[in-house]
Design a binder for this molecule. Structure first.
Ligand code: ARG
Length: 460
């Protein structure tokens, strides 16, 4: 018979292909740390309530610590026959310490054990994701500060709309990441609930102390319903949902960076160390990082869809379908962590071409709103001012001019409200400076955003 731990009821060993098909060890082994910590806490509790002797407990704990060291040294033989990380560890423990190892699983099922490990794993990784978000926010703030006064065209419909500060644009992403930050904090909160003690589904006949285990493992709360404890995968769906939204934010900045560093825009230049070349075209410098992050966004969204679909319509309590929760989750964790880390570097290395951006602003009609606002401030109703400004743009297009090139005479023909100060009113710096409403692009509003960002980064 193979080394399965539930072989008692079976007359035959599992078919080899089935064995491989149903095993999760190849991916769940990454939770070895959580599995061992959970088992140590469980054994300590079993001893405390009188189910395990002090001697058995000590043997179990030192045996588990040996296994931990072996795994960390790469000296542990994971077996597919033992299906998952839980049985791999328990079997090796029993081989090493004898009978006491066989007592560890008292009052526990793999159903609550896998739930425990996954909660702990997600909790740990969520903290790392949160720190990486903060790191990217710091990079964005640094870059915004470094290029604080650079003016660029702001777009709607990818048509030039109104002049804005480049720093304002960067800080828009900072704000998005602040929401990502708080979403992941929410994930942490709802993940910080301990499922252990649920048994297979219905609780246990043993007088366990769940509070004690939760305290040892630093859990804030305990699942109040054993069926829910082993069936809940909401925290994984939430993690993947927060991960998908985060990636969508990164894919939006990626798209912008990709076209900003195209020849057509030339607004920014990425560091050579962050780009790749072409095997055929010697002149190429490609923004692969941004393209990859944009591409990987689809993959993370895919993991969310897969998880939602797996759990949809699944009856209580544990079903093997739930083993499908891990590969997508792990891949999403790796993907978002890598993407965030790489992005902080990319942003820090990005050079902003102030002259090109300003030239772009000067050679467009993105000050047409300011022209209309000028007339409104002189008493004209906005609708009429909008029309006068629209006619001025039309006139300029016909005569191959920009609004700033119009002579005082030409202005006067359009409205006698125009005076010499119109030139100052439609200069890009004025357009930016005057958008001083709360959250606007003015120099002082952006300064406020930067100051707020420093505060947020200091307290988060
Ligand atoms: N490998 C399983 C998983 O990842 C562990 C729980 C198995 N429980 C069971 N009754 N087969 O979900």
């Amino acid at each position: 018979m193979a080394e399965q731990m539930w072989g008692g009821r079976f007359a035959k060993s599992t078919d080899e292909m089935i064995n491989e098909f149903q095993a999760s060890i190849n991916f769940d082994k990454r939770m070895y740390h959580e599995d061992i910590a959970g088992s140590i806490a469980h054994a300590t509790m079993l001893c405390k309530v009188g189910i395990l002797t002090e001697e058995d407990k000590n043997n179990i704990i030192s045996g588990l610590k040996n296994i931990l060291a072996k795994i960390e040294q790469g000296d542990f033989n994971f077996s597919v026959d033992l299906e998952d990380i839980h049985m791999n560890i328990e079997k090796r423990l029993t081989e090493a310490i004898g009978e006491a190892g066989g007592r560890l699983h008292t009052a526990r099922s793999r159903n609550d054990q896998v739930a425990l490990d996954t909660h702990m794993y997600v909790r740990r990784e969520t903290v790392e994701v949160i720190n990486l978000i903060k790191e990217l926010q710091t990079a964005l703030t640094e870059t915004a500060t470094k290029y604080k006064d650079v003016i660029m065209p702001g777009y709607t419909h990818l048509q030039r709309a109104q002049p804005i500060l480049f720093s304002h644009h960067m800080m828009a992403y900072f704000s998005m990441l602040s929401r990502d930050f708080s979403r992941f904090k929410g994930v942490y909160e709802r993940c910080d609930i301990m499922p252990l003690g649920a048994g297979a589904l219905a609780g246990t006949t043993f007088p366990i102390d769940r509070e004690f285990v939760a305290k040892q493992l630093n859990f804030d709360a305990i699942y109040a319903n054993s069926l829910d404890a082993v069936s809940d995968r909401d925290y994984i769906m939430e993690f993947l949902s927060a991960a998908s939204i985060l990636m969508i934010h990164l894919s939006r900045i990626s798209e912008e960076i990709i076209f900003w560093c195209s020849r057509e825009f030339s607004f920014v230049e990425l560091d050579d160390a962050h780009c790749t070349g072409s095997s055929m075209m010697p002149q190429k410098k490609n923004p692969d990082v941004s393209e990859l992050v944009r591409g990987k966004t689809g993959r993370v969204i895919g993991h969310l869809m897969a998880m939602l679909t797996t759990v949809k319509g699944l009856p209580l309590a544990y079903n093997k379908d739930l083993q499908e929760d891990k590969e997508g989750l792990f891949d999403a964790i790796d993907t978002i962590k890598f993407s965030l880390a790489v992005y902080a570097q990319l942003i820090r290395g990005m050079k902003v071409r102030k002259d090109v951006m300003l030239k772009a602003v000067r050679e467009d009609f993105s000050n047409a709103t300011d022209l209309a606002d000028y007339l409104v401030k002189k008493g004209m109703p906005f609708r009429k001012a909008h029309s006068v400004s629209g006619h001025a743009v039309h006139y300029c297009i016909e005569n191959n001019k920009w609004l700033e090139d119009l002579t005082m005479d030409e202005f006067k023909q359009m409205s006698d409200l125009f005076e010499e100060d119109i030139y100052e009113a439609i200069a890009p710096e004025t357009c930016v400076k005057n958008r001083n409403s709360y959250g606007g692009t003015s120099y002082s509003q952006v300064d406020m955003q930067l100051a707020l960002a420093d505060k947020i980064l200091a307290q988060e």
